[in-house]
Ligand binder design. Structure first.
Ligand code: GUN
Length: 281
C-alpha cells in the first residue's frame, strides 16, 4: 500500500478562501474587519518566521494585524500591561503571545491573563476546560486544524483507536480532547509510556507531536492507518517530522507530509478563531 497524502496546504488554502469570503460578507453588512494583536518577545528566528506567516495569512483573508514586537528583557509586569490593554480594547478581537517566551517570563500567568474570548490560540484554561466538557469555544489551533484535515478526507472518525504521542499543553493534550469529542478511543503516550511501539501498532489513527525526528518507525504503522505528523524538526536546514515518512507511507492509508501538512492548518485555524473571537465580542 502507498499512502494517500493529506495535502494540508491545499485544505488550508480552501479554508482561508472561505474565511476571506465570510469577512467580505460581514464587512458589506457594516462590520469592521476582524483584528488580531500579535505579541512577539525577543528575536527568536523560528518565532519570527511563524509570526510573519500568521501576518501574511491575516492580510490574505482581510484580518487586520497589530504587531507588538518587544525586547526580550521586557518585564512580566510590562508584558501583562500590554495584554491587559488589549483585553479592554474594543477594536481588538484576538490576542496571540508567541511562544517560547524568555525564561524570566511566567508564561502560564500571561496565558491566564488573556481574556478567554480573545484567546485565539485556545490555550486559556477556560477554553481547554470547555473543550474537555464538550462545549468547545476557541479551540487550540493545531489540534483543531488536524480535525479539519481529517474531516476533509471524509474518513469516519467515530470509534477509531487513536494513539497520540506527546502530551504538551498546547498540542498533545487538546489533541486527545478533540479526538475524544470525535468519539475516538484515545491512548495518550509520553516519555514514561511502556512499549510505545505496541501502542502505535494497535492504532487506526496515529498523531505524533513529540518533537523528535524519526521517533515513530514506519514499520510500526498498521496497514491502512492514518498518520498525522505534527513534529517540526530542523535537520541541516531541512524540516522533518517525527515519523519515518518513507517507510510509514508504505503501510499507512493516509499520511501528512512535513512541511505542507499540519503547519498551514494551524495558521488557517488561527484565522478562523480570530473571526470567531470577533463574533463572540
Ligand atoms: N509557538 C509555536 N507555535 C505556537 C502557536 O501556535 N501559538 C503561539 N502563541 N506560540 C507558538
Amino acid at each position: 500500500m502507498t499512502a494517500k497524502i493529506i495535502d494540508g496546504k491545499q485544505i488550508a488554502k480552501d479554508l482561508l478562501e472561505n474565511i476571506r469570503l465570510e469577512i467580505i460578507e460581514r464587512t458589506n453588512q457594516g462590520q469592521r474587519n476582524p483584528c488580531l494583536a500579535v505579541i512577539l518577545v525577543g528575536d527568536d528566528p523560528a518565532s519570527e518566521v511563524y509570526v510573519r506567516n500568521k501576518k501574511i495569512a491575516c492580510e490574505k483573508v482581510g484580518i487586520k494585524s497589530l504587531s507588538y514586537d518587544v525586547e526580550s528583557n521586557i518585564s512580566q509586569a510590562e508584558l501583562l500591561a500590554i495584554v491587559n490593554k488589549l483585553n479592554v480594547d474594543k477594536d481588538v478581537d484576538g490576542i496571540l503571545v508567541q511562544s517560547p517566551l524568555p525564561d524570566h517570563i511566567n508564561e502560564e500567568e500571561i496565558i491566564h491573563a488573556i481574556h478567554p474570548n480573545k484567546d485565539v490560540d485556545g490555550f486559556h484554561p477556560m477554553n481547554i476546560g470547555l473543550l474537555a466538557l464538550r462545549q468547545p469555544r476557541l479551540r487550540s489551533c493545531t489540534p483543531y486544524g488536524v480535525i479539519k484535515m481529517l474531516k476533509a478526507t471524509g474518513i469516519e472518525l467515530k470509534g477509531l483507536d487513536a494513539t497520540i504521542v506527546g502530551v504538551s499543553n498546547n498540542v498533545g493534550r487538546p489533541m486527545a480532547l478533540e479526538l475524544l469529542l470525535e468519539a475516538c478511543t484515545i491512548t495518550s503516550c509520553h516519555s514514561k509510556t511502556k512499549d510505545l511501539e505496541q501502542k502505535v501498532r494497535q492504532a487506526d489513527l496515529v498523531v505524533v507531536a513529540a518533537g523528535r525526528q524519526n521517533l515513530v518507525k514506519g514499520e510500526w504503522i498498521k496497514k491502512g492507518a492514518i498518520v498525522i505528523d505534527i513534529g517540526i524538526n530542523r535537520i541541516d536546514g531541512k524540516l522533518v517530522g517525527d515519523v519515518e515518512f518513507d517507510s510509514a507511507s508504505k503501510n499507512a492509508g493516509y499520511i501528512t507530509p512535513v512541511p505542507g501538512g499540519v503547519g498551514p492548518m494551524t495558521v488557517a485555524t488561527l484565522m478562523e478563531n480570530t473571526l470567531l473571537a470577533q463574533k463572540l465580542s
